[in-house]
Design a protein around this ligand. Structure first.
Ligand code: APR
Length: 233
């Protein structure tokens, strides 16, 4: 298990041109969570839900990782055993930056899966209906491999495993409304950094050793130096 966790949310991808959820003009200002991203939506609102995720996939097709993703990936490759990248994001910016062992807590937009038989496939940036009419194994409807509100998030178990050995926590670009990183800050965590564009009512920033309210691409050099210093001592 890694000593340093770099934990991110939608803010790290904002400068790649991918919408956040709760900032002004964020996705949840323009869509209703209860209609396209809540448990049960696939039963009563299948077409609109699928269309929403088709659009999200299309949206990220031409997006590129920004400096924050690339620097985090470079750093993780320098210290592969000591650093774990964990993200709430379903986009593929870390993968495009070259990191393929990122833990995606809320799923991965490029993937679709079958709830009946477990079939899973990466369809890239395609519309689901261009690739599959139904599950090729059992003919059940396919769904985006994304965790909806009210659904279980199986990868949270891996997050808690990783936290067992964590001594430094870096949080980049999350409002803390869904996962509140304050609760990770136990006495074993000797150093912590919070980087967001602005304070969030859900996060108690006095709990973090260093707070950087600026764009992730502007904060990343300082974050990288702090992680290197931490791992060298
Ligand atoms: N650099 C750093 N932080 C930024 C930037 C930026 N360029 N732009 C925005 N932010 C910060 C905002 O200040 C805010 O705190 O990113 C955060 C975005 O918060 P949310 O939109 O709530 O995104 P997130 O916390 O990742 O949402 C969590 O909610 O809808 C669900 O499943 C979805 O994984 C998502 C979860």
């Amino acid at each position: 298990m890694a000593k340093v966790i770099i934990f991110s949310g939608a803010g790290i991808s904002a400068e790649s041109g991918i919408s956040t959820f709760r900032d002004s003009d964020g996705l949840w200002e323009n869509y209703k969570i209860e209609e396209i991203c809540s448990a049960g939506c696939l039963d009563w609102n299948y077409d609109a839900t699928i269309e929403f995720y088709d659009k999200r996939r299309e949206d990220i097709a031409d997006k590129l990782p920004n400096k924050a993703h690339t620097e985090v990936c470079k750093l993780q490759k320098m210290f592969p055993k000591e650093i774990k990248i964990i993200t709430q994001n379903v986009d593929d910016m870390f993968e495009k930056a070259g990191c393929n062992d990122t833990l995606h807590l809320h799923g991965f937009l490029r993937e679709v899966r079958c709830e009946a038989c477990g079939f899973l496939d990466d369809i890239g940036y395609e519309k689901l209906s261009n690739v599959y009419d139904a599950c090729p194994r059992c003919h059940h409807n396919l769904r985006p491999n994304v965790v909806f509100f009210g659904e279980a998030a199986p990868k949270y178990a891996d997050l808690y495993k990783e936290l067992q050995d964590c001594e430094m926590l870096v949080v980049i670009g999350t409002s803390g409304n869904v996962i509140n990183t304050d609760m990770f800050l136990n006495s074993q965590i000797r150093y912590s950094i919070l980087n967001n564009l602005e304070p969030s009512p859900a996060i108690n920033d006095t709990l973090y050793k260093k707070v950087l309210y600026k764009k992730a691409t502007e904060a990343i050099d300082e974050i990288v130096s702090d992680v290197k210093r931490f791992l060298d001592t």
